[in-house]
Design a protein around this ligand. Structure first.
Ligand SMILES: Nc1ncnc2c1ncn2[C@@H]1O[C@H](COP(=O)(O)OP(=O)(O)OP(=O)(O)O)[C@@H](O)[C@H]1O
Length: 440
């Protein structure tokens, strides 16, 4: 946890008294940081309880709400762009959803104990905890609600799986990736979910329209791997999953949403802040037994973020991945010979030779084809996914071990220099390129 608990508050300290079921909404200034402590009472940030009398440090531009069920006294030290108390919040409806999920988890665990699956046997559906998907347009509070549901579940000793399908933000690793990680310890109020060996698939771009087929394939692969993990782990299986989705809910975005619901077998769909998508999903899923579509109010505190802010937060995520939030990591530069690595991209290249097509038909790009990329200076600054696959033909079905970025390509010596977050050889020599760049 980022904190400097020993520091005494300075002159700029402001006190906020919160009545029960109210929240303090804060936007840290661009020049931050800002410190905050809970002086009395109890309070939480997106589902995670605050430690009492302990200064927490928030990064510049961070936006958050401190909610209290029973009343609290808070102190802020530093400059904030916004800090106000709100009495009207949708938190009661959110916690009611949590209570329903809690019951379903209990029922699933009881079923798992009484039915006792033999190893290798297909698990009984009654032993599956809720698979919750949080849906809504951009800036409707999806990530915040996802964090709350995970945080409340983790506080009750469940081990829910956090699945992030939002390639625009990529909160588990980097943007351009979809990923899942079990939430085994309570969520940190400042840093969020502590990652525990995430399962990551690299899409390579921040918008799904670049290659929708690839997006679908990766979601399916992720779902398949999670099913395998759930089959062998009662605790995770009965805890279920909470899935955060993209804010693109129209047209192709809506189609991708339906595909993700299907692939991940989501059975509780929480729709935030848009009547239209709720009604479309409700009508579509009405005939699907066992799927509940629930409309929830968007919080008035959710802050709309512009394109520049989103770009900046993608930049910060990438920087944190390689250097750590507090620059605590020591990224490692390595040099490899061109011949010792294979750089590939997914999608592109003709689907079939022109000669094999009907007369007049144009060859189209095959979105799932793995195409070799020639190593040249165009790769400088590229962020590459390190595939676990040993065979380029298997890249699509394989998750990635992590990411590196290219700092130098020496065409004369035929050597490429990359930076990885930790030292040591790469787990495979197949690197996936997309359109993500990292320029310091
Ligand atoms: N009640 C609140 N008070 C203050 N800030 C909040 C509140 N709820 C959410 N926020 C902030 O508003 C911003 C947007 O919320 P969030 O990320 O949950 O939305 P989203 O729908 O997931 O966005 P995206 O469009 O990226 O998918 C975040 O910075 C979040 O921390």
């Amino acid at each position: 946890m980022a904190s400097d608990g020993n520091l005494a508050p300075g002159d700029a300290v402001r006190r906020f008294e919160l009545r029960k079921e109210s929240e303090l909404r804060v936007e840290v200034g661009v020049d931050g940081p800002l410190r905050m402590q809970l002086v009395a009472g109890t309070a939480e940030i997106f589902g995670t309880e605050l430690p009492p009398q302990y200064w927490l440090t928030f990064s510049p531009s961070q936006k958050f709400a401190v909610f209290t069920w029973g009343g609290a006294l808070l102190e802020l030290d530093g400059v904030s762009e916004v800090a106000y108390v709100a009495d009207e919040t949708p938190m009661v409806s959110y916690v009611n959803v949590h209570a329903v999920l809690e019951n379903r988890r209990r029922r699933a665990r009881e079923a798992a104990i009484s039915l006792h699956n033999a190893p290798g046997e297909i698990p009984n559906p009654l032993t599956q905890g809720p698979r919750v998907m949080v849906v809504g347009p951009t800036d409707s509070g999806k990530s915040s609600l996802t964090k709350m549901l995970l945080g409340w579940a983790a506080r009750q000793q469940w081990k829910p799986m956090y699945v992030d399908l939002d390639i625009g933000q990529g909160s588990i690793t980097l943007s351009g990736a979809i990923a899942a990680t079990p939430v085994e310890t309570p969520v940190d109020p400042v840093e969020g979910i502590i990652l525990d060996v995430p399962l990551v698939y690299f899409y390579g771009h921040t918008t799904p329209s670049v290659n929708t087929e690839l997006y679908k394939i990766l979601v399916k692969e992720l779902a398949h791997q999670l099913d395998l993990q759930f089959a062998s782990n009662i605790a995770t299986r009965s805890s279920g999953m909470v899935i955060n989705t993209m804010g693109w809910v129209d047209g192709v975005g809506y189609e991708l949403l339906l595909h993700s619901i299907e692939a991940l077998n989501a059975n509780v769909i929480l729709v935030l802040g848009q009547e239209k998508v709720y009604s479309m999903l409700h009508d579509y899923l009405r005939l699907k037994p066992g799927v509940d579509v629930v409309k929830l109010q968007k919080s008035g505190g959710v802050v709309a973020r512009n394109q520049k802010y989103r770009q900046q937060s993608r930049f910060t995520r990438t920087k944190n991945y390689f250097y750590g939030r507090w620059n605590e990591l020591s990224p490692h530069a390595s040099v490899v010979n061109f011949q010792d690595i294979q750089v590939v991209r997914i999608g592109g290249g003709p689907q079939a030779p022109r000669s094999a097509l009907p007369i007049g038909a144009e060859p189209t790009a095959d979105p799932t084809r793995v195409v070799p990329v020639s190593i040249n200076r165009d790769l400088v600054h590229a962020v590459l996914g390190v595939s676990y696959s040993k065979d380029p033909d298997q890249v699509l079905a394989c998750n990635v071990a992590g990411f590196v970025y290219v700092t130098e390509v020496d065409l004369n010596r035929k050597k490429l220099t990359y930076v990885a977050p930790c030292p040591g050889p790469l787990p495979s020599n197949i690197l996936i390129a997309g359109s993500l760049l990292w320029v310091e």
